[in-house]
Design a protein around this ligand. Structure first.
Ligand code: UT7
Length: 321
């Protein structure tokens, strides 16, 4: 028994922010951002939008593509580091919005790897008969935890959500998932504020995303190369058999380096970082949905999804689409 993706969806907030817009906010330039990261635009939450709105939009799109109604869904997992509230968790809030009832609904936190973690957990539920129709979401509003006066981080991130619907199938679907993490890298990328520390901090001492960019870059390239090879070896496959690489969209130079390590031509890599920036847990499902909806990703294609993020966490999913 396999779990198979029967629908994909995504949703972006309304406010498109260009590099030229950021030039008016911090000491940066379109040229620096494009050449160092590949990013041209990102979408940020408007005043009347929230992470839950993004997640809901992405799931509705995925359910529509799958032809699945609320009564069929029996599992909801949301990967997010920017949840709407402390509790109910994002899964339950989404469940209520979608009029889905009486099924497990939860969120998990693995930074940019959140969607791949959630996909792996849902795959195990389906393969073991614990669920028959799972909704898996990566949804983030990193804009809410970025210091908009810090040029080293604020130019990198965007908001968004992506989702898939999974169902059991005797035909191959998700062939394997591999998850890992190593907390020893925790001080390279983090937000030190937390719910358990209370909310008494004023705006001036609230903490934001802190990153040692160069160090993160090196570990990301090394790790993404390694996990791609692990996924291929596990399935006794070679790079030639992959139709598409769907990597985490943090920086075009990281994507290029990881593709090069894998000997994967860039024409076979789904790239959305230029349009969306780094949307953390949403980046892989957003890229997947983009490739599906513009017709590049077709039924029967072999896809390698891979992600890397704060923790550090990392993971892959090798999929027959
Ligand atoms: O999603 C989770 C994982 N996150 C990532 O994968 C991010 C990984 N890291 C990166 O993508 C890159 O390291 C960055 C894009 C964050 C930075 O690129 P870099 O090529 O490593 O630049 P750098 O940090 O070495 O900075 C080079 C210069 C510095 O100036 P000096 O010291 O050479 O004078 C920075 O102060 O660029 C300066 N700089 C900027 N200049 C204009 C840093 N940010 C900016 C900016 N605009 N926004």
């Amino acid at each position: 028994m396999f779990s198979r993706i029967v629908g994909t969806g995504s949703h972006l907030p309304s406010r498109c922010v260009s590099n030229a817009d950021l030039e008016k906010m911090v000491d940066t330039s379109d040229e620096w951002i494009r050449t160092r990261t590949g990013i041209k635009t990102r979408y940020l939450l408007g005043d009347d939008e929230s992470n839950l709105d993004l997640a809901e939009g992405a799931v509705r799109n995925a359910m529509e593509m799958a032809g699945v109604g609320p009564d069929e869904v029996d599992l909801i997992i949301v990967g997010t580091t920017t949840p709407e509230q402390v509790f109910p968790n994002m899964g339950c809030l989404l469940q209520q919005r979608l009029d889905i009832h009486d099924c497990p609904a939860f969120s998990l936190e693995a930074a940019c790897t959140g969607f791949v973690y959630a996909l792996s957990v849902a795959d195990m539920f389906i393969k073991t008969g614990g669920a028959k129709c799972a909704v898996v979401v990566g949804s983030e509003t990193l804009s809410s935890i970025v210091d908009w006066t810090d040029r080293q981080t604020c130019v990198l991130f965007g908001d968004g959500a992506g989702a898939v619907v999974l169902k059991p199938s005797e035909e191959p679907g998700i062939l394997s998932t591999h998850l890992s993490a190593d907390g020893k890298y925790g001080d390279l990328l983090y937000v030190s504020s937390g719910v358990s520390k209370g909310f008494e901090g004023s705006e001036s001492n609230r903490d934001y995303v802190q990153m040692r960019g160069n160090d993160v870059f090196k570990v990301a390239v090394r790790t993404l190369g390694k996990i791609a090879q692990i996924a291929l070896d596990h399935n006794d496959m070679s790079t030639d058999e992959l139709t598409w690489l769907v990597p985490h969209q943090a920086n075009i130079r990281i994507i290029q380096a990881a593709a090069k390590k894998l000997s994967m031509p860039m024409e076979k890599v789904i790239q959305t970082v230029q349009d969306h920036g780094n949307t953390s847990a949403a980046s892989v499902p957003l890229a997947l949905d983009t490739g599906v909806r513009d017709g590049r990703i077709k039924r029967g294609d072999t896809l390698l999804l891979e992600a890397f993020g704060g923790g550090f966490t990392w993971g892959s999913a090798l999929i027959k689409y």
